[in-house]
Design a protein around this ligand. Structure first.
Ligand SMILES: Cc1ncc(COP(=O)(O)O)c(C=O)c1O
Length: 385
């Protein structure tokens, strides 16, 4: 087998483009020097476009979960009532972070594989006017659901003054996101997903409404204090040493996104989603989500008459194809294919054809090529990107 060859088809970390790798190898610079200030200034407009905001996007060393915790500890006070919408493991993680900060957490759960229903949230908020913030997951990576955040924001605004705080870790940069127009108060993402970087950087943007909460918030915080990041960024700097190599890479990844065009990036992700879904359907496999709720960045497939874990083992051992498994109660029940960031419809054809062989190896009746053909037809129909 080829050394260092790997087909990373998990929903993050995702493959890193060669030009981003090269940018990250740039020689180290002083974090208080003018070069760093220039870099932070240059990064602002591109990040704002991806987030759909006129606010600054703050860059903080830490994984996506750090960004979620930052959103919690800056906005709500101990004892405050909050609503966490749980559509899978990452919604549940948001709830656990809120509990760690001694908030009174109300959960509304939706079944695995189903998107949240904005009307149900509105009804809850109408009868619970003390809720200070609503926490939601844009793409629920554990199930492959893309939640209707725009509709959710509309329903929340009609019923309540609560902040809307959104975990966009596994989709910002791959799906349409209009933070300001939709009325998202805090939007969080991470570097290792659609931004095509290694892990280690969280990106957080905050609305004016949320800033007024943050400035009055009593929750103790130091490294995670967003006021520090905001004030530093006014002067194109950061309160602490930033992960400079990731910032070099980020400038290049944003350049790649801009060069391709956000609209084309979203279209590419949509086509990859449709190809993968058509392929698994042609192979007689059941998908966890319906077409309407499906995320353009990750697809979950039910393992009904075969072992998901065995399939993943074969794919890794024989082809160095890395697939994701199920999390928590979905462990062993599903496998997941990531199609986000630096990947193309052509990569989907390769992924599908290898999964077909792996399924055959497992003893499943598979018509070789059936999935590939279905995906090819989608790609041709949708227009080659
Ligand atoms: C939706 C979502 N939220 C949060 C996280 C946590 O990010 P990290 O593992 O970088 O802390 C992930 C990671 O997969 C995610 O997909």
């Amino acid at each position: 087998m080829l050394v260092d060859y790997q087909l990373l088809r998990i929903p993050g970390p995702t493959p890193v483009p060669p030009s981003v790798e090269r940018a990250m190898l740039s020689p180290m610079i002083g974090h208080r020097n003018q070069e760093t200030k220039d870099l932070l200034r240059r990064l602002k407009p591109g990040l704002q476009k991806v987030f759909g905001t006129n606010e600054d996007v703050m860059l903080i060393a830490g994984s996506g979960t750090a960004g979620l915790e930052i959103a919690v500890c800056n906005t709500v006070n101990p004892g405050d009532e909050v609503l966490v919408i749980v559509t899978g493991s990452f919604g549940e993680r948001f709830a656990k972070i809120c509990e760690a900060y001694h908030l009174q957490v109300h959960r509304i759960r939706f079944p695995n594989g189903k998107a949240l229903q904005p009307k149900a949230i509105k009804t809850f908020l109408e009868t619970n006017p003390t809720i200070k913030a609503v926490f939601a997951t844009y793409c629920e990576t554990s199930t492959g659901v893309l939640n209707p955040i725009q509709d959710l924001a509309i329903q929340i605004k009609q019923a309540s003054d609560a902040l809307l705080i959104v975990d966009g870790v596994s989709c910002v940069g791959a799906v349409d996101t209009k933070m300001d127009d939709w009325g998202i108060d805090i939007l969080v993402t991470g570097s290792q997903k659609a931004f095509m970087l290694p892990p280690g950087l969280t990106l957080v943007a905050v609305s004016q409404k949320a800033w007024s909460h943050i400035y009055h918030n009593k929750q103790p915080r130091y490294y995670f204090d967003l006021r520090k990041y905001q004030q530093s960024l006014y002067h194109n700097t950061t309160p602490f040493t930033p992960p400079l190599s990731l910032l070099f890479g980020l400038e290049e990844s944003v350049r790649l996104i801009e060069k391709e065009g956000l609209f084309t990036v979203y279209k590419r992700h949509k086509i990859m989603k449709e190809m993968i879904r058509a392929a698994f359907t042609a192979l007689d496999l059941d998908l966890l989500t319906n077409d309407l709720d499906a995320s353009p960045t990750v697809t979950a497939v039910k393992a009904i008459d075969f072992s998901a874990e065995e399939l993943r083992k074969i794919a890794k051992k024989e082809f160095n194809l890395v697939l994701a498994g199920g999390q928590n109660e979905l462990k062993g029940e599903i496998f997941r294919v990531g199609h986000m960031g630096y990947c193309s419809p052509a990569d989907m054809l390769l992924t599908i054809s290898l999964i077909e062989i792996a399924l055959l190896r497992l003893g499943k009746q598979v018509e070789l090529g059936a999935g590939v053909r279905a995906a090819q037809l989608i790609w041709i129909q949708e227009g080659l990107v």
